[in-house]
Each structure stands twice: as C-alpha cells, then as structure tokens.
Write a protein that binds this ligand. Sequence first.
Ligand code: GMT
Length: 381
Amino acid sequence: MRIGITCYPTYGGSGVVATELGIELAAAGHEVHFISYSQPFRLSGRDGGIFYHEVPVSSYPLFEFPPYDLALASRMAEVAEFYELDLLHVHYAIPHSVSALLARQMLAAKGRRLPFVTTLHGTDITLVGLDRSYLPITRFSIQESDGVTSISSYLKEKTIADFDVMRPIEVIPNFVNCDVYQPIRDEAVRAAARCKLAKPDEAILMHLSNFRPVKRVVDVVKVFAQVARAVPAQLVLVGDGPDRSAAEWLAHDLGIHAKIHFLGKQERVNELLPLADLMLMPSELESFGLAALEAMACKVPSIATRVGGVPELIDDGVTGLLYPVGDVEDMASGAIGLLTDRTRLDAMREEARKTARTLFCSTKIVPRYVSYYESVLANAG
Ligand code: GMT
C-alpha cells in the first residue's frame, strides 16, 4: 500500500506513535509518505521506503495567523496525486482530520479517491477538541472520516460521550517495538551504563514526557524527594517543556538538585529506559501512557496515576502501581516499598516486559492497522 501519514512532528506521544507506525509499515514493505511542517523527530536515519514532504506555510502581511491547515490540505492532495497514495492516515484530529477532508474533496473533484483514517490520541478529544471554537469542526471531521481509530477504550467512550459521534470507532492500542525497546540483559553492561547516572547502590527513577502541565512534573520531583529520603536514589528526567523550570526550582528549593538529572530532549530513549528501576508517570490524564509502555518493554514498571486509559495498560500491583492524581505520599511509599523489596520488584519487572511483549508489541498491533486500512479501502466509495 502507499500510505500518507500526517502528525505533529514535535515531542509528543501522537507524533511518536505515527512515526513508529510509519517505520513499521515501511519495514513491512509498504510505501510511507510523511506530510508535515517539519520532519518528525524520531524519523531521522531510518528511511527505507519512507518519504518526507514538508508543508511550506507562506505568510502574508494580511495574515495574523498563517493558515497551516489549508497549506496542509493542498500538500496532502498534491502528494496523494503525485505518489498515487491509497489512503491518508492522520494522527490527532485537530486540524489534520479537517485538512484530510479537504484533500479528499479536492481529489474527488478530479475523479480520484483518497480515503482517510483519523486516529484519536488524547488531548484532541479530552482538552483542545472540547473548546467551543473547535468542537463542531472536530466532530464533523471525525464523523466524515472513512475510518476512525482510538488508542484506548477510554478514549473511544469519551469521544462518543463528549462529541456525540455516531460512527464506529475501532480501538487499536499503542504499541512498542520490543526489539528496539528491551532490557539490557548483560548485567555488567547495564551496570557500566548506569554508572554515568548513579552509584552502584543507588536506584534510578525516571520520567519521560513533554513537561506539559498535564504531566505533573512537579509531582515527579515531590515523589522523588520522599523516595530519596528513604533509599539511595537518583532521578533522571527526559524531555523538556513548559514545566521544566518549575521542576528545577522545586529541586533546588528542596535541596535535592544534585540527585536530579535533567537530560532534556533525547532521541534514543530506548537506550536510557533500561537503566531505570522505576518510571514515574503521575499525570493528570493519559489516554494511554506511551512512555509507560516503552518503559515496560525495557522491564521497568511504573508508579502512575489511575486515570484515562492507564488501567488498560498497567495492571495495578502486577505491572506497576496506580494511585489517585496528586497522591504524592502514597506514590512515594509505593516506590519505596518496591525498591526495598527486590523480589517483588523483580517479579513486577518480568510481568511488565511480558505484558508489553504479549499485548502491545508492534508485531501484534501494526497488522491490525493494515487490516483496518484494507477494510476502509474496501468500504470507501
Ligand atoms: O500528552 C502527550 O504526550 C501528547 C499527546 C499527543 O497527542 O501528542 O499524547 C497523547 O497521545 C499519546 C500517544 O497516543 C498517549 O500515549 C498519551 O496518553 C496522550 N496524552 C494524553 O491523553 C494527555
């Protein structure tokens, strides 16, 4: 198949899923064309069967807001025509789904068919899409898509409830490549890599996100402060974003900054995650929680919040521990309990990897997208 993929190319879960999907589809022999305003950040260097088309957005003194959605629609239609795409797959409804709808109409006027699939990821439904200025157009573009998928059952139900969407929505959970994301099996190699971040007797706690308020990075620091009082530990924060400075201030105020590593945005998180003992994901909301899945594949269980689609990923007490949002005390004692009970932690580490492999491995999930594309192509007019 020739598939066009549009996503936000910046640091965020939907862009990561779209990019990894494109890489997996290309590896399976499909031709994949990314269409976006810049190259998705995880795409560099892995390009067999993958093409990238930049969307130029011209400015003009009259435009206070250059219309990216129109430029995107034009480019989608061009790329679809020039490269004979079979379908478009857009990730994050706003505005990608609306642009795809326009591109489909532009090609229909030329007698060409361009069905499109919209994948709902999270804040396109739970936050931004609910804004009155976006809700009617978001609902319309979801309703008009040739196929709609959602990354968790939670998000599907939320879309039906809040957007009154009548059309079927297929749940296809997020996935991880279990060969790229895997534990370091040689203990000596793992110990040598951990040396750069912690002393041999220290635990490593990790957090990976775009540091938006919804991630509650300040809670990460608060939880760590309590853990570090009870067990020797270091905290590694991967990513960057609006709440980084608040987290840095708190680390200094609490006098624990020497034990916290702010690594900023990292491309090869698969090399960092296996170094951790625990992942901290105290988010206000997660429709899925991709960072926790990537950690699980590396044998790292999470201390997380019981929100959104997280319970569909993490089995509380088996592959991680779940708590109410903001319950810093209990998250810290849960982490301390695991770090001081190696047998329990090791059992959880095994279960985490097993769940990632059996339920969320790319080898299991990506074929579901391919079958879904086939059904959309069979049904689209
Ligand atoms: O929160 C983010 O990291 C960004 C956001 C996005 O759409 O880029 O992430 C959402 O999609 C991810 C991939 O499907 C999910 O793993 C996240 O749970 C979801 N974020 C929220 O629901 C807040």
